[in-house]
Design a protein around this ligand. Sequence first.
Ligand code: FE
Ligand code: ZN
Ligand code: FE
Length: 195
Amino acid sequence: MPAKPQTLEDAFVEELRDLYDAEKQLIKALPKMAKAAHAEQLREAFREHLEVTKTQAQRLERIFEMLGQKARSKPCKGMKGLLEEGQEIIEEDAGAQENIADLDLIAAAQKVEHYEISGYGTARTFAQAIGQKDAAQLLDETAKEEGEADKKLTQLAKTLYKEAFKAQRGGVRSMGNGSSRPRRVRAGEEQAAQA
Ligand code: FE
Ligand code: ZN
Ligand code: FE
């Protein structure tokens, strides 16, 4: 058990260690998420956020340095749980209709982004409160990037919902093994068959 924080600075460093661990976990998970994504745009979004995430981890290392602290991480159970859920979803959706599998993956990824937005929001306010202006500025940059990642995923989800909805209404339903067949013949064809 580490020493209980006695000062605001100690408590701030503890928060940074949690965030640092969260970013490192995400760096390991994002390639798997990219691999699981079906839509090229989603794969690309995950790959792009992987690069952003590496920068965010480096930004935390800079803050540790500014504070005269070693860049150490403290296991972030929140991120671990969110990523376990993500992995579970990937496994459960193997063979599911592709748009739906991608939408589930986006939902899991957005939970991660919201968790980070919350963590960085707190850390930024904390830094401001203890007069760590430069740290606050760096944390704000990351908070904004997490927000952008979240918005991008919402946009992608909207597109995928539309596509999935259109496919269903068009009477084509995935059979769950990657193949699909029309559910019903079109009205014109039905009439022709009756004639
Ligand atoms: Fe991040
Ligand atoms: Zn955490
Ligand atoms: Fe993120």
